[in-house]
Unconditional design. Structure first.
Length: 94
């Protein structure tokens, strides 16, 4: 956070994240609730899902008599790599 004066605040952040492969996913319970048995198998080549994010914002504070006004402008950008996708590969006939 950088505040050159009492009227302006500037913020910037950068972050990274990852999600490890796992057999249970939020969408899995929907398939099970439908009454059909579901077998979920992880691809042995599956890599961790990774993200990189940048966020920028600025605040402008303006005082008029007894009123304090605030204007906030924000922006962000996120990239994802190796995104997990649940794919149907076929039915088991056994």
């Amino acid at each position: 956070r950088y505040s050159p004066n009492s009227l302006f605040n500037f913020r910037a952040s950068y972050s990274t994240g990852f999600r490890a492969p796992q057999a249970f996913d939020q969408d899995l319970h929907i398939s099970i609730a439908g009454g059909e048995p579901v077998l979920t198998v992880l691809d042995p080549e599956l890599k961790p899902e990774r993200s990189k994010s940048i966020s920028l914002s600025t605040d402008l504070y303006y005082d008029v008599s007894d009123w304090l006004f605030n204007l906030l402008i924000e922006g962000f950008y996120t990239t994802l790599t190796d995104v997990f996708v649940l794919a149907e590969t076929g039915l088991n006939q056994n």
